[in-house]
Design a protein around this ligand. Structure first.
Ligand code: PRP
Ligand code: MG
Length: 179
């Protein structure tokens, strides 16, 4: 009998994208496969099933695809954290460092009520800069983060340690060593 593929097996690696020397972990092949997508959504939410979660927050852009599916399955609301200038109502902003330069993410200031419990979802954890910016926004609104769930962890880039030091419970479905 052929063993069932794991979430990691559905992820495609593109060599030298977007720069030479980078192994890009492409989750579109995971999302495009009906068994792969269901498997990853089920595994992402599994540790949180039965916990009180009021909102799932997805980080733009691939976190929207996963976060929407997880929120639907958990029966919670979904809240987007978007790159600057995309949200129409009043927002709060947070800057964070990229490999080259800086970026800004935003959340609607009424999207999370103080005391609400929040699960953060994104496709990939690298340096943790994106997730940390999202965590700061949620905490500034008074949200209580119950966990941060990712499909892929790149442990060499230190994101898990960074989020753990912030007191976060980090959950990733698979890891790829190296860049
Ligand atoms: C990628 C990935 C994560 C983030 C991880 O998003 O989807 O959101 O980088 O990197 P970090 O842990 O070092 O912050 P990207 O910024 O490429 O944007 P996208 O999801 O909109 O494509
Ligand atoms: Mg992203």
């Amino acid at each position: 009998m052929t063993p069932q593929k794991s979430v990691r097996d559905y992820i495609r690696t593109i060599v030298d994208f977007p720069h030479e020397g980078i192994f890009f972990r492409d989750v579109t092949t995971l999302f495009a496969d009906p068994r792969g997508f269901r498997l990853c959504v089920d595994q992402l939410l599994h540790p949180y099933a039965g916990q009180r979660i009021d909102k799932v927050v997805g980080l733009e852009a691939r976190g929207f695809i996963l976060g929407g599916a997880v929120a639907h399955q958990l029966g919670t609301g979904f809240v987007p954290i978007r790159k600057k200038g995309k949200l129409p109502h009043t927002t709060i902003s947070q800057d964070y460092k990229l490999e080259y330069g800086e970026a800004i993410v935003e959340i609607h200031d009424d999207a999370i009520q103080p005391g609400e419990t929040v699960l953060v979802v994104d496709d990939l954890l690298a340096t943790g800069g994106t997730a940390e910016a999202g965590i700061k926004l949620i905490e500034r609104l008074g949200g209580q983060i119950v966990g941060c769930a990712f499909v892929v962890d790149l442990p060499d880039l230190g994101g898990r340690d960074r989020l753990t030091q912030l007191g976060m419970e980090v959950h990733a479905l698979c890891a790829f060593e190296g860049l």
